[in-house]
Structure formats: structure tokens, C-alpha cells
Unconditional design. Structure first.
Length: 350
């Protein structure tokens, strides 16, 4: 039997999309709920379903809602289209559910699956794999019979009134999304060494277009908000007037509009900047203070070349650091590391 992680990082490679996992206990559903938000990507289809024709299973704007009911022997995946209609359901008959060391839920697949669509397709899949597992001795007679009974129960309970099943799944999705809306992903962004290769002889720094394009892809992929931690923030509306009146940080003030415009061209908006407080001596202290005053932040990443602070004084913050090579600027490998941190359940504050 195969262990399948709900983050779907083995076959589907969804680990770099926003992933949420929670328990739900209400009159609608009791058990484990997970969501994968497919924030980009080309559409993939299944075309073996005669009633539905071509059914979308993955693509930009879709959401995978995965449900493992308490005391159940099934894992339900409802693949939602961007307009919140279900495209297809895929229900695995399972032996058990558990958790991996990183906190991600897994289930042990017992081969038999039920696939169905809003149009009325109902397909029992992989019966041959179930039979082979029994004949080889991998499954006992008891396990084999239990899988067949569970398959029949899935058809009876979920496929007898498919519109009702869709309404049920949509209500669970809406409940989960309400919880998620209260959480924020944040990218704490340095500029020099991340979006440029700093030139000490240049008054106006030259931003790297490729680095900004990568940042745009990262913001889209993670649904994250940008909080600037760089000295460039002295040119933001929070501090520019004070700096100009006191004739300090002139270069940073003059560079800030250039940063805003360059990010705007890639549809990136700056959500906020970290607090400038003379009592806060390091970026570590500034970010820690920002997190304390913004408890809605669910997870975060720090993109920094660590020129002035390596965050070693605060191991908790350092675990969220993506070190960027100051001689290269933001690279694709940094994006992947960022997504991994964003989806690390051990670093979240659920």
C-alpha cells in the first residue's frame, strides 16, 4: 500500500502551492480538512469520463479540498474550479490516516478508488490493483472485503445525490476559507543584494529585471504580502517627510520611488515596511517587533543577503530566512526554498 501526503508533493508536485491543513468539528463535518490553492499553472484534464467529457483536475485558480472523516476509511478529494463548482471528485479507499514528521497528514491508500462528476459519471477504479494486492498476500481477506464494502458505501453515500454532495463540499470549503482569510503570508523583503547587485558608486541603484520578475511569480504563487525591511524603506510615506526635514537617508528616499515603480510594473504592491525605531538595533529585532504587533501573520519568509544581520541571535526567525547571494540577486532556487518554508507546518502559527 502507498502512503500519500495531502500536500501532494510526490506525484502531483503541489508542494510549492499554498497548503492549509486543519481539523474541523461542526455539524457539517468532523475530521481533517486540507486545501491546496493552485495559484498558477497550465490546466490538466481527465478525458475518460463520458458524461463530463473533459474534466479539469489542475490549473490556475483551482482548489483541491481534501477530507478525511474521523473513523472513516476514505479520503475525499473535491477538485474545485475557480468559480467554486466541483469539476470532479476522487475518493481513495484507505487503510488509515497518520501524520509525517513534518506534520503533514498522510493516508495509506488501499488501491480502490471512486471517481465521479457533477454530470453523473461514477467510476470504480483500480479494482485490478486491489485484486492483485489480495492475491499477492499484501492484503488480508478482511482488508480486501473491507475495501469493497467501503467502495460500495462511497457510491451509496456520495453518488446517490451528487448535487447534495457538491453543496456539502462547498460549505466545508467556505468554512475553511473563512479560517484561512484571517491568516497572512508575508515576505520580509531586503532590496540591496536581493533585487539588485549593490553598487557603492551609484546613487540610484539598478534593479535587476529578472529578480523583480521572480519576485512577482513568488507573490502570485504564495499569495503573500510584501513588507520591506531594507533601508530603502526610509523613502516610504511612513518616514520620507521626517528624513527630508532632517536631511538624512537622502539616497534611500530618492531610490524608493524607483523601487515602487519597478514593482508596480510587475503588479507587485508594497503592503508595509518594518518599524524604524532607534531602540531596535538590528533587523532581527525589527522583524520580531513587527511580528509581535501583527499576530494575524500565519507564516513568513525573510529574503535577505544578510549583509548586516544573519539573524543568528534569534533561531526562530533564522528558520524563516532564505539567504540570497548578493552577487546574483533573487534566483529560482530561492523561490523554491521560500515556498517550502511557507508550507512548513512546524513554522506556522495556526
Amino acid at each position: 500500500m502507498t502512503r500519500k501526503r495531502l500536500i501532494r508533493d510526490k506525484k502531483w508536485f503541489f508542494q510549492h502551492y499554498p497548503y492549509f491543513q486543519m481539523r474541523m468539528e461542526n455539524e457539517i463535518f468532523t475530521g481533517l480538512v486540507s486545501l491546496i490553492q493552485l495559484t498558477d499553472g497550465e490546466y490538466l484534464y481527465w478525458d475518460f469520463l463520458p458524461q463530463a467529457g473533459k474534466a479539469a483536475v489542475a490549473g490556475k485558480g483551482m482548489v483541491w479540498l481534501q477530507l478525511i472523516p474521523d473513523r472513516g476509511s476514505r479520503a475525499i478529494t473535491a477538485m474545485f474550479l475557480p468559480d467554486k463548482r466541483v469539476s470532479v471528485w476522487y475518493v481513495d479507499v484507505i487503510e488509515e490516516a497518520a501524520y509525517d514528521a513534518d506534520g503533514v497528514a498522510v493516508f495509506v491508500d488501499k488501491y480502490l478508488d471512486v471517481i465521479f462528476t457533477p454530470q453523473g459519471d461514477v467510476k470504480i477504479d483500480d479494482r485490478d490493483e486491489l485484486d492483485a494486492a489480495y492475491q499477492s498476500g499484501e492484503l488480508s481477506r478482511e482488508q480486501y472485503d473491507a475495501a469493497l464494502l467501503e467502495g460500495e458505501a462511497i457510491v451509496d453515500e456520495l453518488c446517490g445525490d451528487i448535487p447534495a454532495t457538491e453543496r456539502w463540499c462547498r460549505e466545508i470549503l467556505e468554512n475553511a476559507e473563512k479560517e484561512i482569510e484571517q491568516k497572512q503570508f508575508v515576505i520580509f523583503l531586503d532590496v540591496d543584494g536581493v533585487l539588485d547587485v549593490f553598487d557603492s558608486n551609484a546613487y540610484i541603484q539598478k534593479l535587476i529585471p529578472e529578480a523583480i520578475e521572480r519576485l512577482s511569480r513568488l507573490v502570485t504563487r504564495t499569495n503573500a504580502k510584501i513588507v520591506v525591511i531594507s533601508d530603502w524603506r526610509y523613502g516610504s510615506k511612513s518616514y520620507v517627510e521626517y528624513c527630508r526635514e532632517n536631511n538624512i537617508f537622502a539616497a534611500q528616499c530618492d531610490n524608493w520611488p524607483y523601487l515602487e515603480e519597478a514593482l508596480k510594473r510587475e503588479s507587485i504592491s508594497i503592503h508595509d515596511v518594518t518599524t524604524w525605531d532607534r531602540e531596535l538595533k538590528t533587523r532581527t529585532e525589527e522583524i520580531a517587533a513587527y511580528l509581535e504587533s501583527n499576530p494575524q501573520i500565519y507564516n513568513y519568509v525573510i529574503l535577505d543577503d544578510c549583509y548586516s544581520d544573519d539573524y543568528s541571535s534569534n533561531p526562530e526567525l533564522q528558520a524563516h530566512l532564505v539567504y540570497v547571494d548578493a552577487l546574483k540577486g533573487l534566483q529560482d532556487c530561492d523561490l523554491m526554498k521560500t515556498c517550502e518554508i511557507m508550507n512548513c507546518l512546524e513554522l506556522r502559527k495556526w
